[in-house]
Design a protein around this ligand. Sequence first.
Ligand SMILES: *Cc1c(COP(=O)(O)O)cnc(C)c1O
Length: 426
Amino acid sequence: MHFDHTLESARKLDATDELARFRAEFLLDDPDLIYLDGNSLGCLPRRTIPHLLSAIEQGWGRRLVRVWREGWMEAPLVLGSKLARLLGAREDEVLISDSTSVNLFRLAIAAARARPGRHRIVSDELNFPSDLHVLQGVVDLLGVGYRLELVSSPDGVSMPADAIAKALDASTALLALTHVAYKSGYLYDMAEITARAQRSGALVLWDLSHSVGAVPLDLNGCGVDLAVGCSYKYLNGGPGAPAFLYVKRELQGLLRQPVWGWLGSRHPFAFDMKFDPAPGIAKFRVGTAPMLSMQALEPGIDLLLEAGMDRLRRKSVTQTEYLIFLAQQWLTPLGFTVGSPLDAAQRGSHVSLQHPEAYRITQEMIEPASSPLRVVPDFREPDNVRLAAAPLYNTFSEIHQAIARIRDIVVEGSYRRRSVEKQAVT
Ligand SMILES: *Cc1c(COP(=O)(O)O)cnc(C)c1O
């Protein structure tokens, strides 16, 4: 694709954007704010507001305990079936529950125990730290002999399928990876890696936190065993929205997840003393779901289904291509390097731009001393300005203005006023 660096050309790209109408679906009403952090906390869909208010007033307020019988008790399964369409999964394979970290823990334990005699769990060093912490905890709990092995990346950006495959052997119980790397945005070859891991006899678990709602997914087509993911990023489910888990239908009977609770039992309201797991995906439930957060999820999922993942991916690829084009024009001469794959086929929907002063530059972008225009990216250690193009609502003009803003901050040196002390949340 050919781009040029004028604002007019950005406006032309917006004028021909087939998804342009979706921006108005979001509460983005501050003309001086450019939000490029939709992969950290997605925006608020306008329809979520009445939906949630009704859940509060009608559901909780007026129906009280009766509301559990009016669809709320099954909501984690029903919403899971809807989300399954974005995952390329069957409708009885997805459950909304808990947080990504907790779901990862439960499925990793279940997977390791389904492969007795195999004591290695394999992941890689591009994975999100929380996932690695969870896997360390899994190995710690499983006990003597179990270990976690991390494959290293040749360049800190990408992870070739061959490097992963080399780490797999007859002692590998589980391969657990994140499908789009949180820092570089590297997009793994799910089909190839899954097939090779399964050939070694291991189970495969993908974390879809940075891919769901950003890239098309085909869990069934790739034969994926297990997956988890987050719903407050590109799914726009709201801060701390309940996460999801996927278990391939053929494995649901075999796996035993370690946290047994009444809602994962066959007849929760029989109040039996003895645990008898529910059939199917329901046995991965534990306790009562946070229903208000659960209600907030649905409008975000609906919007993505309406837009269609193929159209979203097309726009996302054009936007990240455009972002990288502008960064190479304006920022490379100022000491930036692109910390993401240059090949769009290997890239999710975010791009990291590396600079030794990345932290102070992001602070100046978010709270500028002199410009009315605020741009919100996030900073990722040690030197990344991470910018997400959320194709449901970000425009080409925003990307143009954001990269121009970074250029101006560096050229003017205004970031030097900022403290190098890091804040608790970056
Ligand atoms: C965002 C994200 C998480 C978040 O986990 P929580 O349990 O919701 O805090 C986990 N893993 C990956 C890869 C993520 O990107």
